[in-house]
Design a binder for this molecule. Sequence first.
Ligand code: PLP
Length: 388
Amino acid sequence: MSYASRTHHLKPEGAYQVLARAQSQETSGRKIIHLEIGQPDFETFDNIKLAGIQAIKDGLTRYTPPIGMTSLREVIAEDAGRRRGLEIHPDQVVVSPGAKPNLFFPALALVEPGDKVIYPNPGFPTYEAMIRVAGGIPVPVPLLEEKGFSFDLAVFNHLVNDHTRLIILNSPSNPTGGVIPRADLEQIAAAAHLHNCWVMSDEIYSRIVYDNLSVPSIAALPGMLERTIIVDGFSKTYAMTGWRLGFGIMPKELADKVQLLLTHSVGCSAHFVQVAGVEALMGPQEQVDRVVAEYQNRRDAIVAGLNAIPGVTCQRPQGAFYVFPNFKSFGLTSSELADLFLDRVGVAVLPGTSFGEYGEGYLRLVYSNSLENIALALDRIRQAVQSI
Ligand code: PLP
């Protein structure tokens, strides 16, 4: 059998592979601490669950317009106004089942075969996958540890040119937790204007930020709204990963194209899930603040614990729930280290290379886990590295 060449480069996400290995060890009785899967460890808030249940009882179980229910799109537009200081019309909002279709479909709508697409490396694996499926040429830009994992702007400025169709940003970032400072965004925006490129700004972690930081959106810089796709969603902020609800904000003409791709692929997002999304945005937000404060305690604990292990250095991320410590001094590859931690001490983490070649020498640890488990994992990692 042969398969279409657009599938040749597709790889599974590392997180699911490590999870499967960890689970198979658990079935034989081992106790594993899971720091590999990037999702909140708390439940969807009760008011959101109840809104979804009530919507099912009310019979809201049919198709909606592919682009999403008007009431949800209005609320998302208002929220973007409040949080990002943008003036958004609901026509610019595209609702999707999870944020991922709002990465994939705008890329399909914009990128012609042979177009270059700049993206962060280490970065979320879907970026490279969607660039390749669209026939584009992936152009990875390294993130610099010493710059809190912002873009290496010298490399970026060297690589961006008139063949660049799209620049993908992710701040706060998966896998590093790094935030791109405003000064860097200004330089990236200037390049986007100069070379007439689109920007896709994946802001799915924009509500999970620490130390009272406010994360700027590149879309709010002068002249950028008309060339930017903001990607966001409910999975991380409201612990709704399995509900599948996300959205994109983009110029109306592009939204119309993305709506066509949704029409002919997923159809629409589930009706009752969209009703739950309205409740998520309109209901009490203190619970989000409470969870973010809890993540901040865990971040402080894991960063301090990692830096206390001789040979490990760990930046203090400003957002998301990931740390990306540097283990280069041990002379093993990221994969060897991740295997060692799982097989020898039962701690599941991801090799930095699951996020691209510039992740070599690093590991990604997810700290959406209890302080007790984090402390135990740190003890076990300390033991494991002593044996190297
Ligand atoms: N973007 C980033 C950076 C992510 O880390 C994730 C999920 O891990 C997504 C997008 C996808 O979110 P969703 O589960 O809502 O599709």
